[in-house]
Structures are given as structure tokens and as C-alpha cells.
Design a protein around this ligand. Structure first.
Ligand SMILES: C[S@@+](CC[C@H](N)C(=O)[O-])C[C@H]1O[C@@H](n2cnc3c(N)ncnc32)[C@H](O)[C@@H]1O
Ligand code: SF4
Length: 378
């Protein structure tokens, strides 16, 4: 088995732009109860699926997993080890909001085995941080990075959001330059999306702020690519950059459709048996808790892939990566080459696709137009 994802659906406070499934945390008792239910869920999962590890990757995502204490993280890792086994070289990632960490907590995470920390820096501009409704300042984000290094983390990801309201290209360049000074091993960069029903979208609809236009998004994406590749990063996935040897193994397994179990309210599991199955954990926190209290595994089958949908998803995920889509692997799995499976899409988008040895890849323009181009494969 490949990986294990744990969803922690709590945040100290919701940010104004975010529609990820998470709730403001009421108190520490609520969090401890959730951890105890997660331990129970892991136990039930191991019995239900009778799968054996050892796990190659573990990912604590959210919400804000850095609300957990080191002891709580330890109890979850011990349970995973007891039920599935954790490989000695396992990549163990944890997402942290810089406003929720202390030097002691970070040392604790390191001590219990977390070896990859992902800090939600978002921007190092205090005006923009306030606009996004973040709970921390730029100085606190920088301090979190310094504390993570002191705690012993040698694999740090920083998240950045670009295409912010009122942002200019020189401001973005400044943001990237400041981020690079922090010497991360990995960077994830997302254009701000105005999600319906968020406070940010509401302010936009009232005309209090404007969404940057498409050209600004394109210019920002190309600028980021140029600055980070010049600084020695590999642009290995649409939104992800890594120094050599520091790609995120957990996410790569996801993009390669390898089995990944998941626990926690709203989390998704993927099983690679047959053409693939996707399962989803109950998205209502009260239901999730109640079902586990009754020793019921709170998960339902979301999608059962057939050959056609498995082919489409394979292409959709593989073309996000710089490694692209291997013709030979695709033919071995599906008995047909990708060009024969999707003749119209390949004819339409031939100029954005290149064949490097055995692999079809999008160029940078292809990634920019990804949602549009890939729809012909789906
Ligand atoms: C689970 S959060 C990261 C950890 C932690 N919750 C935090 O925010 O510091 C995952 C990432 O999704 C990105 N994100 C969330 N909502 C977004 C939006 N509307 N537009 C762009 N990026 C978004 C942010 O970069 C965020 O860091
Ligand atoms: S961006 Fe992170 S901290 Fe903010 S609400 Fe979303 S998950 Fe929570």
C-alpha cells in the first residue's frame, strides 16, 4: 500500500477566501475527542480492508493539522504503525498554519517522526495577509520557518497564493524573492480563486474588491515559473516546485493513481484494484462522530471506475506532472495507446503536447490552459 491521508477539519479561524472543509475549533476537548475517533477509524479501516503496509507516505492535511499537539500526532502515527506498519523511509508531512506553531510544538513534531512540514505562508505582504483574513503576519511566518529549521526540519514546503486583489507584478516578484530567502525545499503556488459563499467572494460581489483579470494570472504564472526555475527549482507539477530530490512523494502517488487510504471527516480514499475505486468519509462532523461511536466505519463508495473513466483520470492526473503520460505504461494497463484512446483530443491539442521519449507532456502554455484542454479527455 502506498499512502495514508488524515484530515483534520478544524481551524483556529476560517480565512476569508477558503472553502476547504473545516470548522472553527471550539475547544481542546473537541479536538481530543476527534483524535480518539480517528484512532478508532484507523482500527476499523485496517479490519475492513485487511491491507498491509508498510506505508510509504503519511499526510496530515486540513483544515489545520498544526492544531494537534505532538502527543496527538504521535498517538495517530503509533496507531498507523500498529495497524499497517510505517516504512522506515516513510515521508510524513504535516500542514501547519504559521499562526498556530511554537518552537516547542515543532520540536515535538520532529521528535515523533514528522519529517516534512508544509507552512501556509500565502504571502509575505501584511496588507494582503489581512485582506485574506489570515491569523498571522509576515514576520510570524518567517519566524515559523526559522523555528522549523531550529527544530530540525530539513524538508520544508511553503504555500503561496498569487493573483491577489490589487497585486502588481513587482509586488509578486518581491513576494517570491522574500520566499526564496527562506530557502524552502518545496513551494506550492496557487492562484487565488474566489470561491462562492466565502467572505472574499461576497466583498467582490459588493464591488469592494476586484478579482485580477486573466492576463494578470497568466503573467504571474509565467513570472513565478521563470523566477523559481532560475533559482534551481524543478517545476514538476502545474502548481508545485521542488529542489532536486524534494518532490512530494505523497502527492505524486496520488497523481499516479496509487492506493491511498484516508481517515477523518470528509477525506477521500483511492484503491487501485480493478479500474479503481474512490471512497469518501462522511462530510458531516456530527454524523462522522456518531457513526464511529457506534463502531461503524463512516465511509461510502463515491466512484467506481470503469475502463473509460480510469483512462480519462489517468490522463488527467499524469499530464499535470512534468513526467507526463507514459505511452507504454498506458498501453500495458489499458491495451491501447493514449492517442488511439483519445484521437480527437490529441488532434485538437497536438501543438500543446510534446512526445519526449515515451512520454506525452504539456508545455507551460498547456498547463496554463489546463482546465480547458483537459476537458476534451474527460
Ligand atoms: C489546508 S491549507 C494549508 C494549511 C493551513 N490550513 C493554512 O492555511 O496555513 C491548503 C492550502 O490551500 C490553499 N487555498 C485554500 N483556499 C484557496 C483559494 N480559495 N485559492 C487559492 N488557494 C487556496 C492555500 O494556499 C492553503 O495554504
Ligand atoms: S486556508 Fe488553511 S487556515 Fe485558512 S481556513 Fe483554509 S484550511 Fe483553515
Amino acid at each position: 500500500m502506498s499512502g495514508f491521508y488524515l484530515h483534520i477539519p478544524f481551524c483556529q479561524r476560517k480565512c476569508d477566501y477558503c472553502d476547504f472543509y473545516s470548522l472553527p475549533l471550539e475547544n481542546d476537548i473537541e479536538l481530543q475527542r476527534y483524535v480518539e475517533l480517528l484512532l478508532r477509524e484507523i482500527d476499523l479501516l485496517a479490519k475492513r480492508w485487511a491491507m498491509r503496509g508498510p506505508l510509504e507516505t503519511v499526510f496530515f492535511g486540513g483544515g489545520t493539522p498544526s492544531l494537534l499537539s505532538a502527543e496527538q500526532v504521535d498517538s495517530i502515527l503509533c496507531q498507523l504503525d500498529a495497524r499497517f506498519g510505517i516504512a522506515s523511509r516513510c515521508e510524513i508531512s504535516l500542514e501547519a498554519n504559521p499562526g498556530t506553531v511554537t518552537a516547542e510544538k515543532l520540536r515535538g513534531y520532529c521528535r515523533v517522526g514528522v519529517n516534512r512540514l508544509s507552512l501556509g505562508v500565502q504571502t509575505l505582504n501584511d496588507v494582503q495577509l489581512r485582506l485574506l483574513g489570515r491569523i498571522h503576519s509576515a514576520a510570524e511566518a518567517k519566524q515559523a520557518v526559522a523555528m522549523a529549521r531550529q527544530a530540525g526540519f530539513t524538508n520544508l514546503n511553503l504555500d503561496l497564493i498569487f493573483a491577489l486583489p490589487e497585486q502588481t507584478l513587482p509586488q509578486l516578484e518581491q513576494d517570491v524573492a522574500e520566499l526564496l530567502k527562506l530557502q524552502p525545499e518545496h513551494l506550492s503556488l496557487y492562484g487565488l480563486s474566489f470561491e462562492p459563499r466565502t467572505p472574499l467572494a461576497k466583498r467582490q460581489s459588493l464591488g469592494q474588491l476586484t478579482e485580477p483579470d486573466e492576463q494578470f494570472y497568466v503573467d504571474s504564472y509565467l513570472l513565478i515559473d521563470r523566477l523559481l526555475t532560475a533559482a534551481g527549482f524543478e517545476h514538476y507539477e502545474i502548481s508545485n516546485f521542488a529542489r532536486p530530490g524534494f518532490r512530494c512523494r505523497h502527492n505524486q502517488a496520488y497523481w499516479r493513481r496509487q492506493t491511498c487510504l484516508a481517515a477523518g471527516c470528509g477525506a477521500h480514499s483511492f484503491f487501485s484494484n480493478g479500474w479503481g475505486e474512490r471512497w469518501m468519509v462522511d462530510t458531516s462532523l456530527p454524523n462522522y462522530c456518531e457513526r464511529l461511536e457506534h463502531l461503524e466505519l463512516p465511509m461510502e463508495r463515491l466512484e467506481d471506475f470503469d475502463r473509460q473513466t480510469a483512462m480519462a483520470e489517468t490522463v488527467y492526473l499524469a499530464l499535470r506532472m512534468v513526467d507526463g503520460l507514459s505511452r507504454t505504461d498506458f498501453q500495458r494497463q489499458f491495451g491501447v495507446y493514449p492517442e488511439a484512446a483519445f484521437p480527437t483530443a490529441f488532434r485538437r491539442h497536438g501543438e500543446r503536447l510534446t512526445l519526449q521519449d515515451d512520454r506525452w507532456c504539456f508545455d507551460l502554455q498547456g498547463w496554463l490552459l489546463y482546465d480547458h484542454l483537459i476537458s476534451d479527455f474527460l
